[in-house]
Design a protein around this ligand. Structure first.
Ligand SMILES: Cc1ncc(COP(=O)(O)O)c(C=O)c1O
Length: 379
């Protein structure tokens, strides 16, 4: 029995939640990636204590912040990083965009996976560089980026690969062997890697997150890793993350815009992250258990619905569902008409798919799955 009550239904309507305020209250919103669970008590208490002080001036990092991040990364991912390699940032998304511009020449070419969390594609598109999307391969019901898929789109002037592990959408957790192959390819083709690992704190049963930069010295020297506890501990509205980059030259250019175009993190990002690092582990393990149960329920139910097919979810809470065999032109609209808002596949350049966020109570997820089943039956 968990000490935390993830079944507690908290009304999020009219709380200025992007996810919950978009539709009327008859719709179950399972689109934007945040969770319907309270942050851990350690985070809530730290926030409350900070609010009690009543003054929210310009704020620097808490004592030993980078040391604590380095210890966390060592403990969880067996990766020894120097505090000098760490650069604290307010958001992963802004780093994705600034890295595309700062770390490549204007004449360079960028490669980004497809399907992918839309900001990895937009960061490539808005860099002003030419870019191509490398299609993920489906192997044993897992979607992975392989050297072959990158090779299909690589150009002579390719300089940067955007990479996402665990992957969004879908939640593939790359194995060591898969990462080694990507690193070898990037070494051979002199590609920098910008690795978005924001979902790494929610790796489910039996899988293990391996930061791509930890694969080898060569990988560390060409990689900028992006991590954050926002997702895992559910405070993305109080954002904070960090880059890890061993290569001092690369680190300098990757962090060029921090403190100017990219602001430093705000006070509650520091407070929440500091508390979660120090005291959040018990809650995180309970969360993983709850999410695994939702994942099992989702897989079981979706696989019974004709026309739908779901890829394996090895991490996090974002299921990627193929509707290719569903006789419906717009699956997102079909499900919305039946009271469930999922993320439309066109956000990931695959309109015949949908992404579903299962970070909600078991009972709300069951209700949403009943509606999805009914929607398909109605065709
Ligand atoms: C892969 C990925 N990267 C980044 C983000 C957002 O990061 P941030 O809120 O720190 O900008 C998300 C949010 O869903 C995500 O899924």
């Amino acid at each position: 029995m968990s000490n935390y009550n993830f079944d507690k239904a908290i009304n999020r309507f009219k709380t200025d939640s992007i996810r919950w305020d978009q539709y009327d209250s008859s719709v179950i919103p399972l689109w934007v990636a945040d969770m319907d669970f309270e942050s851990p008590p350690c985070v809530l208490n730290a926030m409350k204590n900070r609010v009690k002080h009543g003054i929210f001036g310009y704020t620097h990092a808490p004592n030993n912040f980078k040391e604590n991040i380095a210890d966390y990364v060592k403990k969880h991912y067996d990766w020894e990083v120097d505090t000098d390699w760490i650069v604290v940032i307010p958001s992963i998304v802004s780093a994705l965009y600034s890295i595309g511009i700062s770390c490549t020449k204007s004449t360079s070419h960028i490669i980004t996976p497809q399907p992918i969390y839309h900001h990895l594609k937009l960061a490539a598109a808005e860099s002003g560089r030419n870019y191509n999307e490398a299609r993920l391969e489906t192997i044993a019901n897992r979607q992975i980026l392989s050297p072959e898929s990158i090779n299909k789109v690589i150009k002579k002037n390719s300089e940067l690969l955007y990479f996402c592990n665990p992957h969004n959408p879908g939640g593939t957790v790359y194995t060591k062997n898969e990462l080694v192959q990507i690193v070898d390819f990037c070494n051979e083709n002199n590609l920098l890697i910008c690795s978005d690992e924001i979902h790494c704190g929610m790796v489910l049963d039996g899988h293990k997150h391996i930061p791509i930069a930890s694969i080898s010295e060569a990988a560390a020297n060409r990689t900028i890793t992006l991590m954050s506890l926002n997702k895992t501990f559910n405070f993305p509205g109080a954002g904070l993350g960090w880059m890890i980059c061993k290569n001092p030259r690369l680190r300098k250019i990757a962090s060029h815009k921090i403190g100017s175009l990219i602001p430093h993190p705000e006070i509650f990002g520091y407070v929440a992250t500091d508390a979660a690092i120090k005291n959040g582990e018990d809650w995180r393990l309970a969360l993983l258990d709850y999410l695994s149960q939702n994942r099992n329920l989702l897989m079981e139910r979706i696989n019974q619905i004709p026309g739908l097919r779901i890829y394996d979810i090895e991490a996090s809470y974002l299921g990627w569902i193929s509707c290719e065999n569903l006789p419906a032109k717009n699956p997102h609209q079909l499900f919305l008409n039946h009271g469930v808002a999922v993320q439309p596949g066109h956000m990931f350049n695959q309109p015949n798919h949908i992404r579903i966020n299962i970070a909600t109570t078991h009972s709300l997820l069951k209700k949403a799955l009943d509606r999805i089943e009914k929607a398909v039956k109605s065709i």
